[in-house]
Design a protein around this ligand. Sequence first.
Ligand SMILES: C[S@@+](CC[C@H](N)C(=O)[O-])C[C@H]1O[C@@H](n2cnc3c(N)ncnc32)[C@H](O)[C@@H]1O
Length: 281
Amino acid sequence: MNELEIQNFWNQHPCGDLQVGGLQQRGGDYEAFFIDYDRFRYRKEAHILKCLDDIDFKGKQVLEIGLGQGADSEQIIKRGAIWSGLDLTPESVARIQTRLSLRQLPHQSVKQGSVLHIPYDDRSFDIVFSHGVLHHVPNILAAQREIHRVLKPDGELIVMLYARWSLNYMISIGILRRLGLLALHLTNRDPGSIYGQHLANARAMGLLSYLDMANFIHKNTDGPLNPYSKVYDLQTVKEDFPDFKVVRLYKRFMHAPLLPVHWQTLERVLGWHLWVHMRPT
Ligand SMILES: C[S@@+](CC[C@H](N)C(=O)[O-])C[C@H]1O[C@@H](n2cnc3c(N)ncnc32)[C@H](O)[C@@H]1O
């Protein structure tokens, strides 16, 4: 898979943009957009703030990879990190630079680039933090090698990856969405709608191939145009991050579209977000 395709997707679909009505649709009013975005994010995913509270960022050299709208970047800086950021897309970098300057957040640098070629020196960081990003990187072995290079030997990699053993993957995507597409595939839908895009994918690939989870997963985490996604459990983390050892792993976030579930008590068993703390070997 071509990284340019991935870059184009995220540049045209900045993470979470449309879920709060879009920056462009607000006439480019960044401040209003950031207020709405952060409110939306931390209402829906309140666990993120608690997880960040449990990480000691104070005075640490932190590299965040994959910035989206920069909501977590701001939170990490406010928790005392000496923060640097990296994102594949000019759009995300521009949004983060605007956020940092509007809110006068102290930081080291923000760069555009790929985790496959991290534009920082060896052994520069105490913490590399990457939330919801590395499961979108097909060449994960090269990515983790680069992260290992820029981390200090006693540093820590903290990531959020999508969880295989989750209600969202097993029931919502694995059963309900596939049945839904089977039921709809002979109907006509607006090509610009989500269903219309799924139907176009199914027609281009062949319905049965599209419904194979090896293909279907890419199109059911971040929208039907998303090029690549992977789900993880402890075993796949170990396989994909051979230069690290896992020191902590926990699930959060009961997210399962099509299922009316918000059973917070189940999130530790069947949550969609797998947080993993790793140390370089
Ligand atoms: C799903 S968003 C997550 C953003 C943010 N961390 C969050 O949790 O909202 C993925 C982000 O990672 C960036 N990204 C994707 N592939 C990347 C790569 N190879 N190197 C660096 N950034 C990448 C995208 O541009 C996008 O901003």
